[in-house]
Design a protein around this ligand. Structure first.
Ligand SMILES: [Zn+2]
Length: 272
């Protein structure tokens, strides 16, 4: 996986030379969490984020491709792309537990059940997509101690990666957010909404991708989408890319297929 990690960092560095970007916060191990900005013709903002669950780094590659494409367009909205929301986790899922230079953390990892390519959490075993302040710790699969997946953390927004996303979201008050995960070819919409609010979420979800299944969120909480809907009642979606029959982590040979389905999705949101 070393070569794929290098390709990811190289792609980000190349894009940094041609696209406006800034740091929205630091990971636990001190890595920059980078946000690329494409300016539109209005004051409305859209956030697209991925690389949240470590093993789902195919979503980081997808977002980098989306930026490459969209930088050529005249956009209505301002777009903020965060391809790697969990840089430490992505490093672990690609390079292994031993790539973290910290003896205490290595001791912690030795207790984890999943082999490193299946890792989902941040560097200290918190699943960032359960750490947001949206009915925190009420999810069906939640865990309550550090783990390679599903640990909700030490309180809502306890993690620096979560805080970075919250800070930029509070500043931008986005009208749309897209959160890329894998897998299953599913769009999750709504968050304990009913009536016309839920209808509205579904109406726009249908426009995003014609061949993905639409599922309204039940039994989960604490995610970035959930936090957005709860706090801002905006249009926020979790898009699970990749066929369910493929195994984690989804290989780079599948990127072409995932791109075909998903590359235009942010452009569709530009018309919302
Ligand atoms: Zn995920």
């Amino acid at each position: 996986m070393d070569i794929i990690y290098k390709i990811l960092l190289d792609k980000i560095n190349k894009l940094k030379k041609v696209v406006k970007h800034f740091v929205i916060g630091k990971s636990y191990l001190g890595k920059d969490i980078i946000c690329f900005k494409l300016k539109g013709n209005s004051d409305n903002n859209i956030i697209v984020q991925g690389g949240m669950h470590a093993r789902e780094y195919i979503t980081s590659f997808l977002i980098l491709e989306q930026i490459e494409l969209m930088k050529e367009f005249n956009l209505c909205n301002n777009f903020y792309f965060i391809p790697v929301s969990n840089p430490d986790g992505v490093q672990i899922a690609m390079l292994g537990y031993n790539s973290v230079n910290d003896d205490l953390l290595k001791q912690l990892y030795s207790k984890f059940k999943l082999p490193y390519p299946l890792y989902k959490a941040n560097a200290i075993g918190v699943d960032i997509n359960t750490n947001f302040d949206a009915y925190w710790s009420c999810g069906k699969c939640n865990q309550f101690r550090p783990s390679s997946q599903n640990f909700v953390g030490y309180g809502p927004e306890s993690e620096s990666e979560t805080q970075a996303l919250v800070k930029i979201t509070e500043r931008l008050k986005p009208k749309v957010t897209l959160s890329y995960h894998s897998k299953g070819e599913v769009i999750y919409y709504g968050f304990y909404q009913k009536g016309k609010d839920l209808k509205r979420q579904k109406k726009y979800a249908k426009m995003l991708l014609s061949n993905y299944k639409l599922v309204s969120t039940k039994n989960s909480c604490g995610g970035y989408k959930d936090y957005n809907i709860k706090k801002y009642n905006n249009l926020s979606y979790t898009i699970e890319v990749g066929n369910n029959n493929w195994t984690h982590p989804i290989g780079m040979d599948k990127l072409k297929n995932i791109k075909e389905d998903n590359i235009l999705t942010p452009l569709i949101c530009d018309k919302f």
